[in-house]
Design a protein around this ligand. Structure first.
Ligand SMILES: *Cc1c(COP(=O)(O)O)cnc(C)c1O
Length: 332
């Protein structure tokens, strides 16, 4: 199927810039680092969920929905971008937040993304304890809204299903075009991986175009085996949704590393704090403590372990989230 035939609502500023990071590269003694600025997608401070929401919100509109429902951790960047997308297209947004991070401060509970959720007109329906079956809670909420005559559309956590993953198929195409225009040979693409839509979309996009660009996910939550299995499931479902043959993707294309999770999702690590400081002070770029900071910690760790050749070109995808910094004042 022609990619442009999938329904899409324009929500973001694309293409996002692809830029070199010369000072961070020099500090680490190579390889040549580049950054894809998906923190600059524009939607109420931006981030990677914007690309997914372009396809998800288009489907919601096509179904005549009037309310978007989604869920995430308290400092969910996905919830914030969903609320902003709802405001932009004139829908209601109802979100459920899971108190997934232990020992959270008042700032974590109310500043950063939570403040923006409310400012953007989203309704935080409930903050639920860690371990709640969030999918079931969304379904209950949707049923209550239907009983009330509303037309809810449920977006899974992180917007990670085959429709949402199309956003990162599009990002792979965008990167290939930018690399072509600037004559950049992309040897590796590295990014933080969580609910898997970003990695699955990238794998399908790079693979489906037979580009040979390997994708490396740095997990922020699940152990390696589980993360790779989850990504692989969505890779297959997305390829299938796009009408690609099963042979278009391979299990070996899915690589995740869980060595940088630390004590758990949203819990700071020393290497994350170092990565945040280095990127801020050498490049003037703000990462986030939950995802891109751990992703960059992974990239730096791999570089120090000699994983890349010095003359290779490595593209780090900045997936956004720096608004979450305001929930983590105490770590700085
Ligand atoms: C959601 C998110 C990710 C992870 O993307 P997935 O598609 O959920 O794997 C990475 N970085 C940031 C800032 C995010 O908000």
């Amino acid at each position: 199927m022609q990619f442009a035939a999938f329904p899409r609502v324009r929500l973001g500023h694309f293409p996002t810039p692809l830029e070199p990071m010369p000072r961070l590269s020099a500090h680490l003694g190579g390889p040549n680092l580049f950054i894809k600025r998906d923190d600059c997608t524009g939607l109420a401070t931006g981030g990677n969920k914007t690309r997914k929401l372009e396809f998800l919100v288009a489907e919601a509109l096509a179904q005549g929905a009037d309310t978007l429902i989604t869920q995430g951790a308290v400092q969910s960047n996905h919830a914030r971008q969903t609320v902003a997308a709802a405001a932009y297209v004139g829908m209601q947004a109802k979100i459920l937040l899971e108190q997934r991070v232990p020992h959270a401060t008042d700032e974590y509970e109310w500043s950063g993304n939570v403040l923006l959720d409310q400012l953007l007109g989203g309704e935080i329906v409930a903050k639920l304890p860690a371990g709640t079956d969030m999918a079931a809670e969304m379904e209950k909420l949707a049923q209550a809204l239907r009983d009330d005559g509303k037309k809810p559309y449920i977006i899974p956590g992180g917007g990670s299903n085959p429709v949402g993953a199309l956003g990162y198929v599009a990002c792979a195409h965008e990167l290939l075009q930018q690399a072509y225009e600037t004559g950049l040979r992309m040897d590796h693409v590295v990014h933080a991986t969580g609910s898997t839509g970003t990695q699955a979309g990238l794998v399908v996009g790079f693979r489906g175009s037979n580009s040979g660009v390997p994708v490396y996910g740095v997990s922020v939550r699940a152990p390696k085996d589980k993360q790779e299995e989850n990504v692989w499931k969505l890779v297959r479902a997305t390829a299938d949704y796009m009408g690609l043959p099963a042979s278009a993707v391979e299990r070996a294309d899915v690589v995740a590393n869980s060595d940088y999770v630390g004590d758990g999702y949203g819990i700071p690590t020393e290497s994350m704090i170092e990565a945040l400081r280095l990127t801020a002070q050498l490049e003037g770029i703000l990462l986030d403590p939950v995802y891109s900071g751990k992703g960059m910690a992974g990239l730096i760790g791999l570089i120090r372990a000699g994983h890349f050749k010095k003359d290779e070109n490595v593209v780090f995808i900045h997936t956004g989230g720096s608004v979450g910094l305001y929930g983590y004042r105490e770590i700085f």
